[in-house]
Design a protein around this ligand. Structure first.
Ligand code: ATP
Length: 278
C-alpha cells in the first residue's frame, strides 16, 4: 500500500482509499464499487464525517429491531467486506443469531470466495450465500440469489451499500429492511423501513455498541420508525452546513455573520485557510 503521512489532514480518508484500491487490484472490489465509495465520501463530507444525532437514534432503533428479530440477517457485498469486515465480525459477536450472507451483483466464484475469506479471517465463523438456494422474485440478476438459511428465512435484513431495486424486492417478500447508506436521497434510503444515514464502519461500530443496551430494554416487538424524519434530518444537516460554508465565503467578500468552526469541513479546520483566487 502507498505510504501515507499520518500528519495529512485527510489521513483516514486516504488510507481507506488506498485499501480499497488494493482490494480492487486483488479482485475483491469491482470498479463500480470504487465509484460508489466516491459518492459516499462526498455525502460524508457534507454530513460532517461523523455520526449525526439522528443517525445515532436510527442505529439505536435498529439495535432494538435486531434484538427483537427471530432471524436477523446481514447482506455483505465486496465493498462491505473491504471496508468493514471487522465491524461485521464484532456485530456477530454481540449478536450471535445474526446470519451473515454474501450477496454480489458482479458474482463470480472467485469473488464469493474472496468475500467469505475476508470475513472468516476476522472471525465470522459462518458465512452463508456461497451456494444460494432461493431467488427473490421479481429481481433480475445475481442479486436475487439468496440462502434459505440466511436472508431467505430472516424477518429483519440489514443491507449496507445496497441498491434500491433489491431493497424494494426484499420488502415485497415481507422483510423488514435496515439500510446503511450515506446518501439520504438514494432509492435505498428512500425505500428502507429503517435507513441509517451514516458511514458503514462507524455505523457498524455503534450498532454493536447498542446491542447490549437494546437487550437490556427487553424489546419484543418492532416499534415503528420515522424513516422520513431521519432522512429529513440528514438533509437538514447538509443544508445547514452548506449555508454555513456559504456564509464563510461572504465573510471574506465583506461583512457577514460568523460561522461555527464545527460547520466547516475537517480539512478547513486543520489546515491554513486557502487564499481565494480572484
Ligand atoms: P440506489 O439504487 O439506492 O439509488 P445506487 O444504485 O446508486 O443506489 P450503488 O451504486 O449500489 O447505489 O451504491 C451504493 C450506495 O452505497 C451509494 O448510495 C453510496 O452512497 C453508499 N455507500 C458507499 N460506500 C459507503 C460507505 N462506506 N458508508 C455508507 N454508505 C456508502
Amino acid at each position: 500500500m502507498t505510504r501515507i503521512s499520518r500528519s495529512h489532514p485527510r489521513y483516514r480518508s486516504l488510507v481507506t482509499r488506498a485499501r480499497l484500491a488494493d482490494d480492487f487490484r486483488s479482485g475483491l472490489v469491482v470498479p463500480e464499487g470504487l465509484i460508489a465509495h466516491g459518492r459516499a465520501e462526498a455525502f460524508d463530507y457534507l454530513l460532517g464525517e461523523r455520526t449525526t444525532p439522528s443517525a445515532r437514534r436510527a442505529i439505536r432503533h435498529a439495535a432494538d429491531w435486531l434484538v427483537a428479530a427471530k432471524v436477523p440477517a446481514l447482506s455483505v457485498n465486496g465493498n462491505v467486506a473491504a471496508l468493514a469486515a471487522p465491524g461485521v465480525a464484532r456485530l456477530t459477536r454481540v449478536l450471535p443469531s445474526l446470519r451473515v450472507e454474501v450477496n454480489l451483483f458482479h458474482r463470480t466464484p472467485q469473488r464469493v470466495y474472496e468475500v467469505a475469506r475476508r470475513l472468516r479471517k476476522v472471525g465470522v465463523t459462518e458465512v452463508l450465500g456461497l451456494r444460494p438456494t432461493q431467488r427473490i422474485p421479481g429481481l433480475p440478476s445475481n442479486r436475487a440469489r439468496i440462502d434459505r438459511r440466511g436472508i431467505g428465512s430472516a424477518d429483519v435484513v440489514v443491507v449496507p451499500l445496497e441498491d434500491g431495486d433489491r431493497t424494494a424486492a426484499l420488502k415485497r417478500i415481507g422483510k423488514k429492511v435496515i439500510s446503511i447508506d450515506l446518501n439520504p436521497l438514494s432509492r435505498t434510503s428512500v425505500t428502507a423501513d429503517l435507513p441509517i444515514i451514516d458511514e458503514l464502519s462507524r455505523a457498524l461500530t455503534e450498532l454493536a455498541r447498542q446491542i447490549p443496551a437494546a437487550r437490556r430494554r427487553h424489546v419484543r416487538a418492532f416499534q415503528p420508525f420515522d424513516a422520513e424524519g431521519t432522512r429529513g434530518a440528514a438533509l437538514e444537516t447538509i443544508s445547514r452546513r452548506l449555508a454555513a460554508a456559504a456564509g464563510r465565503r461572504r465573510i471574506r467578500a465583506g461583512p457577514s455573520r460568523p460561522v461555527r468552526r464545527s460547520a466547516l469541513p475537517p480539512a478547513s479546520r486543520t489546515g491554513r485557510p486557502k487564499r481565494r483566487t480572484p
